[in-house]
Design a binder for this molecule. Sequence first.
Ligand SMILES: [Zn+2]
Length: 468
Amino acid sequence: MKIEFHGAVRTVTGSQHLLIVNDYKILLDCGLFQGSRKESYARNQHLPYNAAEVDALVLSHAHIDHSGNIPNLVKSGFQGDIVCTYATRDLCALMLRDSAKIQQYDIEYLNRKRVRKGEPLLEPYYTMADAVESLKYFIGIGYERAYEVMPGVQVTFYDAGHILGSAIVVLDIEDRETKRDIRLVFSGDLGRPDRVILRDPTFIDEADVLLIESTYGNRQHEATEAAKDKLENIVNETYKRNGKVIVPAFAVGRTQELVYHLHQLVESGDISSKLPVYVDSPMAIDATGIYRLHPEAYDEEVFAFLDSNGSGDPFGFDMMRYTRSTAQSKELNFLREPAVIISASGMAEAGRILHHLKNNVEDPRNTVLIVGWQAPHTLGRRIVEKQSKVRIFGEEYMLRAQVATINGLSAHADRSELLEWAAHFKKRPQHTYIVHGEEDASHALADGLRNQGFKDVNVPQLGQGYIL
Ligand SMILES: [Zn+2]
């Protein structure tokens, strides 16, 4: 048996690991590499293996850095099954099409520059039609149901508590060459305990080979409970000032968590039931629809909450408004009374959030609430840094609104949560590979695992293969 690491090693994007066993090639994840436009294009366009020779793809979850190159895989000759949970399949139907749209935009940008330099034009690595075509290959499997991906290779998904449908992938393999039974566990992205909506990450008892993510292998988060209290305070203080809370948020995951938190706060009377909350993003509205379709992925707390208030919908309450059309969205520009407006994109780089920021950043009664990590050079980062002027649609605006940050909503386990999860293996894996983390984070987690008695802990290089 051999495993090759073709992405998300010593970095956090482009997850793809190729397993070669019993003459079958099984790909774990097929993510997009997300870096500068130029580097991303080079890395994503050419797959580092022959797609036609891959027999099956096992997908941990729908985030684009794990799923985003699937349309290119199919376009390049892949003919197998794409096996994932039901919710992951449904989220991919939304996210792969969105990814095709973003790419088209990026390619147009690159090509405008190339025209000026007289260079040949680039093709997108896949189109909207390719994204739709790839959906035919998906097979949904419920959590904790064993499924034979290839003869002698069974997959079982366990809840990873990261986003809706996210899974820890357990492969039980009969290796014919060495006549051994091997259990390979791929953590996918691991969530945190006690997050809203989702269950806690499942502890796995046994593994021979472990692939574990390390996004926060060297860092700790704020407690999740503190996040809800902070949200309550920010909303109430802004409401008292007669201001608006403007929240740039990722359409999938973060938006639904915020809505659910606000629903809880309204029900408990901790924020006013008269305060309107708007989700102004067609993508977030579609994603919320998918969250509603998958109660099998909710934790018990959601059902207890719904029982207690009889609302039947975690993502709906009296003053909750979803604005899909452009006309509805534009009406929000004329809103004079207090409100919470949640909109995409999460780093305020594109989308409707730009209109809300433009209209509201100069009023000191308002609050811009940042609920996720903001990459350098994004508008979101400039706001977190409280720069006095920000540029939106090419114009300068004074940043006079309050800026608040909630860090406790991370969808990734922190260092102690990763080590705690790994400590639950009753039998330590014989081989461990650290993936999905910046180099420092991966090495820090590797050291932590070695201290817990893990042997043969490796931080692979891009393209490196190991024979087991
Ligand atoms: Zn993820």
